[in-house]
Design a protein around this ligand. Structure first.
Ligand SMILES: [Zn+2]
Length: 409
């Protein structure tokens, strides 16, 4: 949705791709629905700059901009009614139903006119058949429930606990189908279950052997090869139950099972703990600083850029309460702290204007700075560093940063 084109492979996420097909500029081929010949001829031309992922062979238009495709007003009616296609669909529906419980929950992503989902419901009454399609039909019809919205893995995996997700001729329209499947796998792990999926996409294995070009138009911005579909499944840790070609090799079909490793949930839990701890420490440290600012002994902050500037920005060390910022680096003297605006003074300022407290934001440099202060006969009563949600005394407090050559206690 960025309007900046596509810079990572939609299938595998790789970021190196080779120029593949220069289609110049062409109008939308399917979704524009011009109302007259004149309107048709005047349709806006859009760039076709197809590249091929050098890692997985996926073919995609790196100039594609999702915002240029009017899905919101024009349906994508891709289904033909040919006999071969009907046979394929009927066999597929039977195969799907053979692999799910007697009263299944089947979720279709991008249900369109819902004919596929309705067909499943007719063949196997008593189940729950839920469709998601922001531009599709909506409402409840017997066992079929159609929602005119996007399927959101974070909400709907846990809510529906699907026995099977169906995504037919949908993933090739996503900006990042691999991200979508990764999200499903992650939330499947969160729900403590595997989510099976049936995926069907057009296959462009024949493009290069036949040198045909008609597949490559604007709405078809992302085209799977057998290899790129396999790479996408690998990139989301899917267990591939079956992968086959259908319709004379022009369609790829796959049944996969999605469930991310539990380790991913553990990383997320640890992230949440860090986020919460830092939310709390922001308030706690800001309160400590507020008390220090009122200490008549005075406070200096050592360092005016980088980590020190980040410290001052995060904890609100404004120039009114914390006017004194010093640095060991003479080249920074006379510049100003980004955001808070204190002028940075040379550390020697503290010889003539001693303070009770020096705060050293970069913890791992504190030992060097303490040595420098001793050498320069700068002797504050305490040197404080940020640690574990508080400001602690570097020399007397408990923390993991030590003076080299001095024993840890
Ligand atoms: Zn790729």
């Amino acid at each position: 949705m960025s309007g900046r084109g596509i810079d990572a492979c939609p299938a595998c996420g790789h970021r190196v791709a080779a120029p593949f097909f220069d289609g110049g500029e062409q109008p939308l081929a399917t979704l524009a629905w011009p109302a007259s010949g004149a309107q048709a001829r005047e349709l806006e031309r859009l760039p076709l700059d197809f590249v091929q992922c050098v890692s997985c062979t996926h073919v995609y238009n790196r100039a594609f901009d999702y915002a240029r495709v009017p899905y919101t007003t024009k349906p994508n009616l891709m289904f033909n009614r040919g006999a071969a296609w009907s046979t394929f669909i009927g066999e597929l529906q039977a195969r799907i139903l053979a692999g799910v419980p007697a009263r299944p929950v089947v979720v279709e992503i991008g249900h369109g006119d819902a004919s596929f989902l309705a067909g499943l419901a007719r063949m196997r009454p008593g189940g729950r058949y839920v469709g998601f399609d922001p531009h599709g039909a909506s409402g409840v019809h017997g066992d079929v429930e159609l929602r005119a919205r996007l399927f959101e893995p974070a909400l709907h995996v846990a809510e529906l606990k699907p026995d099977l997700l169906v995504a037919r001729h949908v993933l090739e329209h996503f900006e990042s189908p691999v991200a979508f499947l990764q999200s499903i796998a992650y939330h499947a792990a969160g729900a403590g279950r595997e989510v099976r999926a049936y995926v069907e996409v057009p296959c462009v294995d024949r493009l290069q052997p036949t040198a045909r070009t008609v597949d490559l138009y604007y709405e078809h911005s992302s085209q799977f090869t057998t290899r790129s579909l396999e790479a996408m499944f690998a990139a989301c840790g899917a267990r591939v139950e079956s992968l086959a070609h259908a319709y004379d090799g022009e369609v790829l079909t796959a049944f996969v099972a999605l469930r991310a490793p539990d380790a991913h949930l553990e990383v997320a839990a640890a992230s949440a703990r860090y986020r919460e701890a830092t939310r709390r420490s922001r308030e706690a440290i800001a309160a400590r600083l507020d008390a220090l600012a009122r200490d008549p002994g005075g406070v200096a902050i050592w360092g005016g850029t980088g980590k020190s500037a980040a410290f001052m920005a995060r904890y609100g060390c404004d120039a009114a309460r914390f006017p004194l910022v010093v640095d060991s680096d003479a080249s920074k003297v006379g510049t100003f702290v980004p955001g808070t605006g204190q002028e940075i003074r040379f550390r020697d300022w503290l010889k003539d204007h001693p303070v009770a407290t020096v705060i050293v934001p970069p913890q791992w440099r504190a030992a060097d700075i303490v040595r420098e202060m001793r050498r320069e006969a700068i002797v504050p009563a305490s040197v404080l560093i940020e640690h574990d949600g508080d400001l602690v005394d570097f020399l007397a407090g408990a923390h993991p940063y030590r003076m080299p050559g001095e024993a840890a206690d």
